[in-house]
Write a protein that binds this ligand. Structure first.
Ligand SMILES: Nc1ncnc2c1ncn2[C@@H]1O[C@H](COP(=O)(O)OP(=O)(O)OP(=O)(O)O)[C@@H](O)[C@H]1O
Length: 231
């Protein structure tokens, strides 16, 4: 589905991602893990075209994303829920959802009904300002906004950050439901180990900009956790 090949990225003179190669298989949820500052968000931003690469390829189906401008990538069917959610606080829930629409490949101006079926709270709060929603509701709004393009691949960057435990559980259920009902492939940047184990099929661990391990979730043993994940 998505394959990253020998990717290098710099912030100015600072080499941040080093010869990174990693595969995200179709129909699976891969958790990208690692301590703070290892390059997880930078990698997601590179996939979306929000950061320039120095070298490398990002193969998504038949396209090398590295050659495409950022605005073309969402249209290929990649939805992004960025870190911190980035809801527009003064716009209504409906307006926040509409922001995703221009990237739809079919140019439809209609918010797909399944989004309100998945997240009834967004239907109930359509006219409310984004900033009036709770953290968990804002996260549902951010996921809903990423889904308005009918993506095939959904990227979520730490969706559980700063969210109450019962809502965290609900977000995990929603991700699995999206995969089952819509056949989505998911890339989940996640630092909470129990959540990653519950939701993910696979893991990829980064450390100081390099891939250190990847595999199925049952292969994420204590040694890897100690070496790369515990603080
Ligand atoms: N805009 C920027 N300019 C310069 N350096 C940056 C910039 N953004 C991130 N960095 C640096 O790049 C490295 C990787 O950061 P990144 O945010 O990708 O890590 P992360 O693994 O997502 O961390 P976190 O878990 O804290 O979100 C860090 O050393 C960070 O300080």
């Amino acid at each position: 589905m998505l394959q990253i090949d020998t990717l290098n990225q710099y912030y100015g003179e600072s080499h941040t991602l080093w010869d990174l190669s990693v595969t995200f298989p179709e129909g699976e949820c891969t958790c990208v893990m690692g301590r703070n500052g290892v390059g997880k968000t930078t990698l997601m931003d590179c996939i979306m075209g929000l950061r320039p690469l120095r070298s490398g390829a990002i193969q998504f189906q038949d396209h090398n994303l590295a050659r495409l401008p950022a605005e073309r990538r969402a249209g290929l069917g990649i939805g992004y829920v960025p870190q911190g959610r980035q809801i527009f606080p003064l716009l209504s829930v409906e307006e926040n959802l509409r922001i995703g629409l221009p990237a739809r490949a079919d140019r439809s101006r209609h918010i797909p009904d399944f989004i309100f079926e998945l997240f009834p709270v967004l239907d109930q709060m359509r006219g409310r300002r984004g900033g009036d929603l709770s953290g968990g509701q804002q996260q549902q709004l951010a996921i809903g906004r990423a889904l308005v393009i009918d993506p095939k691949l959904l990227i979520l960057d730490e969706p559980t950050e700063g969210i109450q435990p019962n809502i965290v559980h609900e977000i995990g259920d929603i991700i699995r439901r999206l995969m089952e009902q819509l056949g989505l492939t998911v890339i989940l940047v996640e630092q909470k180990l129990p959540f990653a184990r519950r939701v993910g099929d696979r893991f990829a661990i980064l450390d100081r900009g390099r891939l250190k391990a990847e595999g199925t979730m049952d292969a994420l043993g204590d040694e890897l956790v100690r070496e790369y994940l515990t603080v």
